[in-house]
Design a binder for this molecule. Structure first.
Ligand SMILES: [Mn+2]
Length: 319
């Protein structure tokens, strides 16, 4: 697919979230150079895992850097959930949604506040950005590796591939439906851009550190032979002790998504990892190390190898 055999390799870059200064330092460390306002490398290309916007100090600047790299052919980018939100929020199709969903749109608007503030004197540029974001792919597959923002689910990837080869937001109908719960486009977007979740047992809920009470929890899609809730949980808040040891039912086991260890190397962002970057498994690496909030902006230097290694991470402290 996207491979260029003349290249030495690819540098896959995690969630930037408006940290433009950190991105400049990371690109320098990876030996990219700026020429006529565009960062490029003579023998490598960058691949952004999405979530360039929201939260950070220089959103518009970071977005423009990435956009120029993609437009000049020195980088690829897949959509993150934050870019999806931006497109959803800015598209006129949401006027048709039923009143209960209007609250959802107000929430989208509040998530986008930092980005909308940064573009408030650049409205034409903002509208142009939305058009540009709509032609980006929701996943990328190279000969040796794959990139998606949160989760590679073969069934949902195949559905996305059927719609403009994965550039799903090009399609007005797909976009309109993706905003409505329980539609197939909505399931594709939720799964690929936000990952897998599981229901808590009936009547149970969790109070997150953010003060929100939830009846679902985020799960790993890479556990080898999970037996209990504790084996699959993957979120900052964790589960109460009594639920950690609760066995997974046969039905829950069956519904768990598992990315096999025989599959191609997979790169994701999204998960706010902490500490020193390390691979999740031989064939899975997360590149989101919470670039805002004092975390790291992380890249992985990928060559032609099939097995991932901790030695290939490169990172800088965030802005
Ligand atoms: Mn993110």
């Amino acid at each position: 697919m996207a491979d260029d055999s003349a290249l030495d390799g690819y540098d896959i870059i995690g969630d930037v979230h408006g940290c433009a200064d950190a991105l400049v330092r990371l690109l320098r460390k990876l030996e990219y150079r700026e020429q006529n306002g565009v960062w490029h490398h003579p023998a490598r290309k960058a691949v952004f895992v999405g979530d360039i916007i929201d939260r950070g100090p220089q959103i518009r600047h970071a977005m423009n850097m990435v956009r120029r790299m993609v437009d000049s052919g020195s980088a690829y980018m897949v959509l993150g959930n934050h870019e999806f939100n931006a497109v959803a929020y800015s598209s006129h199709c949401h006027h048709a949604v039923p009143p209960p969903l209007q609250r959802y749109y107000r929430r989208l608007g509040s998530h986008l506040k930092t980005t909308l503030d940064d573009y408030r004197f650049h409205l034409h540029e903002w509208q142009d950005l939305i058009v540009w974001l709509r032609q980006l792919p929701i996943f990328l597959e190279f000969t040796h590796f794959r990139v998606v923002h949160a989760c590679w689910d073969a069934r949902r990837i195949a559905q996305a591939a059927d719609c403009h080869q994965g550039c799903v937001l090009k399609d007005d109908d797909f976009l309109a439906q993706s905003l409505l719960p329980a539609t197939e486009p909505n399931r594709v977007v939720e799964r690929l851009l936000k990952g897998t979740e599981m229901e808590l047992p009936a009547g149970r809920s969790l109070l997150g550190a953010d003060g929100v009470r939830r009846t679902r929890f985020r799960t790993k899609f890479w556990s080898r032979s999970p037996q209990t809730y504790g084996d699959v949980v993957f979120q900052p808040d964790g589960l109460p002790d009594e639920l950690v040891h609760q066995p997974l039912s046969a039905d829950e086991q069956k519904r768990l998504l598992r990315y096999g260890s025989d599959q191609k190397a997979l790169f994701v962002g999204h998960y706010w990892c902490q500490g020193k970057p390390r691979i999740i498994r031989d064939n899975i690496a997360c590149l989101d190390y919470s670039a805002v909030k004092g975390g790291l902006l992380v890249a992985y230097r990928m060559g032609r190898e099939h097995t991932l290694s901790n030695e290939q991470f490169v990172w800088v402290q965030s802005d």
